[in-house]
Design a protein around this ligand. Structure first.
Ligand code: IPM
Ligand code: MN
Length: 357
């Protein structure tokens, strides 16, 4: 029997509630598909800061490095906003990404037929949306040096550096090409090369690198236009390739096309070594502990983990289908509900999905 060791980081806010659902689902899938999954739980984020004074303790990072894959719920809470930057949960997340060299963040945005009415956009605009944001994850302005505060000025001043070298751009472009080749072979690279030197290098490098693959049709867009096009006509996109900061912003925007950010999974990958699979949404501290969160984005992240991280394609597909079946029967968590839907709690939604597996 195949044996996998995964690390589960349930983190903060609604994290523990949605993680409970994921654990039950993974256990059932492992039985049905005849593999063994050892789930090692570790502290990460605000909760790790509370216990160890560090949002990404070495013990947690080391365990992640030794695993087959990492499933992460979410981290953060406004109560940590006043901490020194390196102690905040978000910094822990950046440290994890960087420690595992997860340069490629894959965020699929696909409309689920049964949720078409949940979108804030008109049905005819969103019905054919099926795109993937490929976001560079461990470079750019998030990690660039120098950065910091300047203290000897009359008024407070602070700065960051948006920097890429061509090798960083090439390796993420390579991932985008690989993904595009399994889809409609269209890449739209998003930058701000009308203003930024770093974006000009991005554009030139992507163009140069992509020209090696004659199957790919490449287009370029400035990020402001891309934001506009994503709400004007989102189905024009297949693969969106972009840098860390632009990908962060555009993926939230794209998530909303589906009706709820509570639906979107993501995978953060390296060319070898374990990936981190996590929902795009945050920790939603305002609804934490109320058992009303939507567990689906984390379940779909678990499905991506099964498929990409563990090569358990059938189990992954079963889970995705189970989610669709439950949604098509009209069951919803509060974030997705309209007047006609039956509103379930987080654990009830988990139970319904479990029953379809
Ligand atoms: C995301 C999040 C993170 C990011 C934060 C929590 C650091 O917004 O994964 O999109 O900005 O990358
Ligand atoms: Mn984000």
């Amino acid at each position: 029997m195949k044996k996998y060791k995964i690390v589960l980081l349930s983190g903060d806010g609604i994290g523990p509630e949605i993680s409970e659902v994921s654990k039950l689902v993974l256990k059932k899938l492992s039985k049905n598909y005849n593999f063994d999954i050892e789930i090692i739980e570790k502290l990460f984020g605000g909760i790790a800061f509370e216990k160890y004074g560090n949002p990404a303790p070495d013990e947690t990072l080391n365990q992640c490095k030794k695993s087959d894959a990492v499933l992460l719920a979410c981290v953060g809470d406004i109560k940590y906003d006043s901490l020194a930057r390196e102690l905040r949960p978000e910094s822990g997340l950046l440290k994890l990404r960087s420690a595992l060299n997860l340069f490629a963040n894959i965020r699929p945005v696909k409309i689920r037929k049964s949720l078409i009415d949940s979108s804030t956009l008109k049905q005819e605009i969103v019905e054919n949306v099926d795109l993937i944001v490929v976001r560079e994850l461990i470079g750019g302005i998030y990690f660039g040096n120098p950065r910091g505060h300047i203290t000897n000025t009359k008024i407070p001043k602070a700065f960051n550096t948006m920097v890429y070298d061509s090798a960083e751009i090439e390796r993420i472009t390579e991932i985008a090409i690989k993904i595009a080749n399994q889809r409609n072979k269209k890449i739209c690279s998003v930058d701000k090369s009308n203003v930024l030197e770093v974006s000009q290098l991005w554009r030139d490098t992507v163009l140069n690198f992509t020209s090696k693959d004659k199957n790919i049709s490449l287009s370029n867009m400035y990020v402001d236009n891309a934001a506009m096009q994503l709400v004007r006509d989102p189905s024009q996109f297949d693969v969106i390739l972009t840098s860390n900061l632009f990908g962060d912003i555009l993926s939230d925007l794209a998530a909303m096309l589906t009706g709820s950010i509570g639906m979107l999974p993501s995978a953060s990958l390296n060319n070898n070594g374990p990936g981190v699979f996590e929902p795009v949404h945050g920790s939603a501290p305002d609804i934490a502990g109320k058992n009303i969160a939507n567990p689906i984005a984390m379940l779909l992240s678990a499905s991506m983990m099964l498929k990409i991280g563990l090569n358990e394609e059938e189990a992954a597909e079963n889970l995705e289908n189970a989610v669709d079946k439950v949604l098509s029967k009209g069951f919803r968590t509060a974030d997705l509900a309209d007047r006609s839907s039956e509103v379930l709690t987080c654990s009830e939604m988990g139970k319904k999905i479990l029953d379809e597996i």
